[in-house]
Every structure is written in structure tokens, then in C-alpha cells.
Design a protein around this ligand. Sequence first.
Ligand code: SAM
Length: 253
Amino acid sequence: MKRVMNKISSLTKQIIPIKQYINVSGSIIPSPDRRWCGPEFKDDNFYLMSAENEAKRLIENFHCTPKSRVLDLGCGQGRLPIGIIRLLGHINYTGIDIDRNSVNWCKKHIEKAHPSFHFKYLDLYNERYNRKGIKIDENFRFDIESKSIDIIYLFSVFSHTTENDMRSYLKEFLRILDNEGKVFFTTFVEDDVPNISINPENYKLQCTGPLHIVRYQKEYLFSILDEYGYSIQGFTHGTEADGQSGIYLSIKT
Ligand SMILES: C[S@@+](CC[C@H](N)C(=O)[O-])C[C@H]1O[C@@H](n2cnc3c(N)ncnc32)[C@H](O)[C@@H]1O
């Protein structure tokens, strides 16, 4: 018995820790098992290219510069900031996520080396990502000053949140955005479907787990955005990861 225990103990010591990150073309990116979004993101070059493309999206559509104040909600493991660092070097960036591990990864592998990038954990309930979090209520506020943000970015976040949570966020964005502020988000959007469907059958993906797909009927989603005071600057159907659509907003004047 003792010999078996010794053998196990020496084997355990030999186990090589799984790497949390890899260095690709001079950028630190999360190791494949830590990446969100579809299987194509497991490819290192695809991941890095997608990071740069997200940065380009903000530069080309919202004139993002090193002076811009960007809020990346649902930042995951920092795909957008990895792209921004490659293209712009630095900006005034805040990344927020309700998944503690993702935020810890970003603090360790991005914020330490790039101090203009800050990451914060937000303990909000989400049936998919944070079942122990606090449920959003009508008093919800981000710990962010009023009118202090130029661009709010949510990639593949409203595609996994309830309509109620999305509404609370849309309301709060109006407080924290500067007057010329812009928003980009993705979710699933179609024409001839119910106003809102959660994990619809026979759609784009085989759903695994709660809130895998949150899909809106286009006119219904646009009516919500109108109700909260946003103008739709752009809409691209099915162009984003897993066939989500991209929505570009400004504040109605
Ligand atoms: C599919 S991942 C996308 C990550 C990142 N935006 C990207 O494109 O690589 C969705 C992320 O949104 C986060 N999330 C979900 N609901 C959220 C919420 N209400 N507020 C902030 N983050 C949220 C999850 O924890 C997860 O990190």
C-alpha cells in the first residue's frame, strides 16, 4: 500500500501544470481550453486575427483612438484588448465580467503589463455564467462615473442574457455614456420568429446548457432600443460568431 502511495505521489509531482496562456506573434493569448465562443477560436491565428478585427471594428466604426474611453462588458479573456494592444498600444479601457476566472486571467496577463487596461469582477447572477451572483434589480448601477465612457462593447453577451438584464444594461448605458457615446453589441436576430426565444430548436446550434442562444425578432429588438433612446447606426445580419448579428448604436439627440 505504502509503495503504491509513494508511486502516486511521485507521479503527481511530475504532472506539468497546464499553461494558462501562449505567446503568438508577440501577443499573450489565453490557451485554447480557456477561450470562449465557437470552435474556430481554438485556432491561435484565427483567435489573434479576430482580436485585431474587433479592435479594427471600433477604430473604423467609432473612431476609437488611444484617448477613447472604452467599456468592454463581458470581456471574457480579453480578446478585444489583445487586439487593441496590437493596433493602438493603449487606450482608457475597462473590462468587466461576471466570471471571476476570466477577470483574474486578464488582470494577470494583460493589466500587469498594460496599466491603461483595467479589469473588474461584477458579481451578477446569470444562469449560464454565474449562478451564485446577485440578481439585477431596478436600482442596478455600474461602479462607473456618469458620462465617462465613449464606447460600450458587448460581443456575444446579450446573446446569453435575459431580456430583463439587457434592459437594465441599456438603461444604465445612458447614464455612463458621454453625449456622443456609441454602443456595439451582438445577439441572435431574425425576422419571422417570436419576439424572444431562448434556446430555440432547429436553429443555428445544438444548444448546451441554459441561455446558450437568446434570439430576438428584429422589429421587437429595434423597438426596445428605440424605447431606451438609441438610434440604430448599423445592423449586419448573421455576420458574427455562431451567426449572431451586429448592432451599432448611438444615443438619440
Ligand atoms: C461568449 S463569452 C464572450 C467573451 C468576449 N466578449 C469575447 O468576445 O471573446 C460571454 C462573456 O460574457 C460574460 N457575461 C455574461 N453575462 C454578463 C453580464 N450580464 N455582464 C457582464 N458579463 C457577462 C460571460 O461571463 C462571458 O465571459
